[in-house]
Design a protein. Sequence first.
Length: 563
Amino acid sequence: MLTTSRIGSDFDVELQLGAGWFKTAVGTLADAGVITLPDGSRPIVDAVIILPADPDWDLRLTFVDVPIPVRLKASLSDTGDELTLTADLAFIPPQTIPFGALTGLSGAPVLTKVSGDAGRADAIVILANLDLHAEPQTGDPLPAGETVPRGDVALVQSFLPAGKDIAFGLGGATYARFANDLWHTKLRASDGTHPLPSEDDPRGTWRVVSMTGGSGALRVTLKGEVPIDLFPDADVTITLIVTPTVSNGQLSVTLETEEDVDTGLLGDLLAALAGGFVGGLIGFVIGILTGGILLGLLIGFGVGALAGVIALEIVEVVVEGIVRKEIHARIGGEPLPAMTVRRDAIVQIAMPDPDDDKLSVSVLDSLPTSISVYNENPTDEILYRRNLLVTSLWDDLSVTRNGFAVAGLAGTAERFEPERVTISRVSYVDDVLETVTYRRTGGGEQTLTLAEVRERTAVGELRAPFRLAAAPAGATFRIPEGKLACVCLDPARIHRENTIITEIEFSNGVRLQTPDAIALQDAAAIVVVGFQLIHPQDYNAYYRAKADFFLDNNFERLPEFQV
């Protein structure tokens, strides 16, 4: 059982890894042939964290039919994004794996070990401070690069429950630091004031922001006032209630808002103002609490006046070998659509940038849910990278005034990250499309049969039909997971037989028969840019321009070529 009062190091976050987590990680690497264990890849039968503290070795692994255990030393890079495991056997080379469990740090994390006690397990602990303006709200923020000193390794205790592999915790002191960071960043204008609700729409002044935990939920409360000429000022209190839950190993969150506008003697006179004003504040508060990730989309769905609950879930993606999190929302049970855009000649997913990647107050940003331990192109494969993950299967959660903590077991997962590619040529045999040749950005070509293209796109994240949108300013991008990127093709010329467009030539010189282009787009292997793919109920599919009052941009008006 989790005891949040034991999260007492005074660092912002604590990540505690038990012997079972390392057993899973090393076993995953061995099974994949990434590291070589004694006499080949043998099952690990036991893993023990070496305690009392040993400065030379952290972990002892025992293998089937191997009489001598292997000792390992774990060391973390200064940025916290790589973990190196060094064995005491010379023929096992040191293995450096991408870690990336904690991001948005203000300095180098600290790695230490701690003994368990009754009901708690031994753990290797990673302590870190987040890039927060933790200084009090009564003063000015510190200059860039300066932080409030905090954290004491001597105060670390194990809160990893016996039988669990991983636990993550925020101490009660971190709540106030999140609130202070909000005050000094998202609620602060360029002139040092704190306009309510924002610098772009100042109507009053924020007075204070606080964050507390208890009864299974986090409560973030913003208080301010709106001056009213000739009448008492209106007090404004907006509270966002963040309620996390764990189910089937996954963490999800619901957001609810409470609002209170104390209009004093004004009552009815401010009713109209308060209604619209508080509605806007709710949207604003949800935006700052999710780092701006959802704000633009939620406002479009009328969240300012929403009385229901917004359900969020953490969706993990792998970008360049590092597991990143996206926050997906459901309003009234309906999911918000992903924003697909064209970038680098392929389809990518764009997410609004949360304030130049600065950590938001949401615990979702700091919680490590999976850790990539391997990221490379498989042998003779240049179109995608293979990622091996050690996942966190959460099954225990506690939110109290003393802190926030989750714990669970370690699992494994495999993800695939497409490379950036273009189509360099296609091959037809007797008018039947046989192969598609891809060229990877940076060099190298690989040819796939049509069956292989369909097989790869069938297991990818991207699903047709979809529309390409304009990328929002300052967005971050990722390629949808899978073994093949969706290539954007610009039609340049067409070929007709009678009145039917039978073939399309694209700007890169590749020619596809129209039915093949349609089939590939239906499989999310390509997208013909600038035109809509229409599937009539009683007729063959075809491409057309977006409906408007012009004829010159119609698909049929493209220049023609002769075969």
